[in-house]
Design a protein around this ligand. Structure first.
Ligand code: NOJ
Length: 542
């Protein structure tokens, strides 16, 4: 395969609302991002991915888009976006934006027109409007559950004031699903893709890329509640075999119809110069189904989410790496690695929090950054942030409300990041922030970590620099495992690179003739004797 920049790129995810606020309204914005972009460049990444900044009533953090070709005034203007692009260019960073094709906001003109139009009209046909079941249509067309909890159907009131049809929303009721059987929908999305490509973006992250095609609607699922549980990363009290069975056949995800759409988009993006690409957010089971999204004439990358749930355990990590690298050998796409994002717990928290969680997260980051393929880093991961506590009155995530608070939702991972200073909001904004930053983040701010040679920030900078310059790192050549005791992960990449990770609670002693390149925690060496403390990874070179 001919190599291209996105085969082993490092992409830094920016959640615009929480990155940097330039106008002191408590929310991040595009000028704020532009002003702070040097920080991102200092990490040595290749690109930024911006989560949605499009016009949106913000019921689902901007993933409820009411105009995909307009910028929400909360984030700025098109001129601000263009200036951000220019700054990114100066700093050698490419820009990737989000595309949200499964649904629009209920405030999109199309949905307003659908509500104002009669059943079976062209305006309704852009969404999934159906008559209900039951004598008076009082029951939803099927029993599917929303991924965010609660029913996936909402009944509307028709213009005569009577209860009427139902519309499908796999997420919040403010996010009506689009009907991809209607060619008008694709035409509109191609317009959006062209709009942003013409603005110079290097690619798109496709939201819910596995969701656009649906099965026959008037058909119930045998276990909708079980399916919702199976889809949740945090639910563990479910029989693994039953979970696999549920996940391998979902009437609204990973239907074959999605692939035709992506072949069309691939043709479109290929008409543009430069190596631009699509990355799919597609939760697909098993991996052999996932790689179908990245066949040569389809999308370029698919997120591999295995590391969002992986334990800090050598054997588990090795099995996951083997599975992914072997499946990806059969397609021309590179594997991708993600430790956290705006939807999942921060990796430090997930691995137990506190000093141990941080040690494990740093050690896991070193494993991840040494693997072949692409890396996605979520803002704040480079600071070793944990999920922040969020008071009930500050919660915004529809998951919290749709589950009546049973699930806390994702607000804790979306708290703005700390830049500098002694008191919250630590330079994110001058006075207030839409979600408060914890006081102890003073020590974790960019400015504080800059001064500390052992900080997570300086570790990330160092690792990414080595990753760029070491001839064995980056690229797509695989890893070769070395014999190691239980709990120790050891692999080589050629030429001359070796990684040793100690996932156990005990020290691991070994000898090596190689030079130490980096360590996730300070380690002791005496001549060629190395003592690796618990939960530590090192990189060595010949
Ligand atoms: C995945 C996005 O990452 C998430 O934030 C959003 O809530 C859902 N898709 C629905 O768009």
């Amino acid at each position: 395969m001919t190599s291209t920049w996105w085969h082993d790129a490092v992409v830094y995810q920016i959640y615009p609302r929480s990155f940097s606020d330039s106008n002191n309204d408590g929310e991040g914005d595009l000028i704020g991002i532009r002003n702070r972009l040097a920080h991102v460049a200092s990490l040595g990444v290749d690109a930024i991915w911006l989560s949605p900044f499009y016009q949106s009533p913000n019921r689902d953090g901007g993933y409820d888009v009411s105009d995909p070709r307009a910028i929400d005034p909360r984030f700025g203007t098109l001129l601000d976006f263009q200036q951000l692009m220019q700054r990114a260019n100066e700093l050698g960073l490419k820009v990737i934006v989000d595309l949200v094709p499964n649904h629009f906001s209920d405030q999109h003109d199309w949905f307003k027109a659908a509500l104002a139009s009669p059943p079976n009209s062209p305006a309704r046909n852009r969404f999934h409007f159906y008559d209900g079941k039951g004598v008076h249509g009082e029951l939803p067309p099927n029993n599917w559950e929303s991924v965010f909890g609660g029913p996936s159907w909402t009944r509307i009131t028709e213009s005569d004031g009577k209860p009427g049809q139902w519309y499908l929303h796999l997420f919040d009721s403010s996010q009506p699903d689009l009907n991809w059987n209607n060619p008008e929908v694709n035409e509109d999305f191609e317009k959006t893709i062209k709009f942003w490509l013409d603005q110079g973006v290097a690619g798109f992250r496709i939201d819910v890329a596995h969701g656009l095609a649906k099965d026959e609607i008037y058909q119930d699922h045998p276990d909708p509640v079980g399916l919702t549980a199976a889809l949740r990363l945090d639910v563990t009290d479910i029989d693994p075999e039953y979970r696999k069975q549920l996940l391998s056949d979902i009437p609204f995800f990973d239907r074959d119809g999605v692939h035709k759409i992506y072949r069309g988009w691939r043709n479109l993006i290929d008409t543009y110069p430069g190596d631009r690409f699509f990355v799919a957010e597609a939760w697909v089971y098993p991996t052999s189904r996932a790689v179908r999204y990245v066949r040569p004439d389809e999308l370029h990358q698919i997120f591999n989410f295995d590391f969002l749930t992986i334990q800090w355990n050598a054997e588990e990590i090795r099995a996951a790496v083997d599975k992914i690298t072997s499946e990806f050998k059969n397609v021309t796409a590179p594997p991708t690695w993600v430790l956290d994002n705006h939807d999942s717990p921060r990796v430090v928290t997930r691995l137990g929090g506190g000093a141990i969680g941080l040690a494990k997260a740093r050690a896991l980051a070193m494993v991840t950054q040494a693997l072949p393929g692409n890396l996605y880093i979520y803002q704040g991961e480079e600071l070793g942030l944990e999920d922040a506590p969020v008071l009930p009155e500050h919660r915004q995530d529809p998951i919290f409300f749709r589950t009546n608070g049973v699930q806390l939702g994702r607000d804790g991972v979306r708290v703005p990041i700390p830049w500098e200073g002694d008191a919250p909001p630590f330079g994110f904004a001058e006075f207030n922030s839409w979600l408060p930053l914890p006081a102890h983040w003073r020590e974790l701010s960019v400015a504080a970590q800059q001064q500390d040679s052992q900080s997570t920030l300086n570790l990330y900078r160092k690792l990414l620099k080595i990753r760029k310059s070491h001839p064995a790192l980056g690229g797509l050549a695989g890893v070769s495992w070395q014999d190691a005791p239980t709990g120790i992960l050891r692999f080589r990449r050629e030429p001359g690179f070796e990684l040793v990770a100690n996932t156990t609670d005990a020290e691991f002693k070994f000898t090596t003739a190689k030079t130490l390149l980096a360590a996730s925690m300070p380690i002791q060496t005496t001549g060629s004797d190395v003592t690796l403390p618990p939960h530590t990874t090192i990189w060595l070179s010949e």
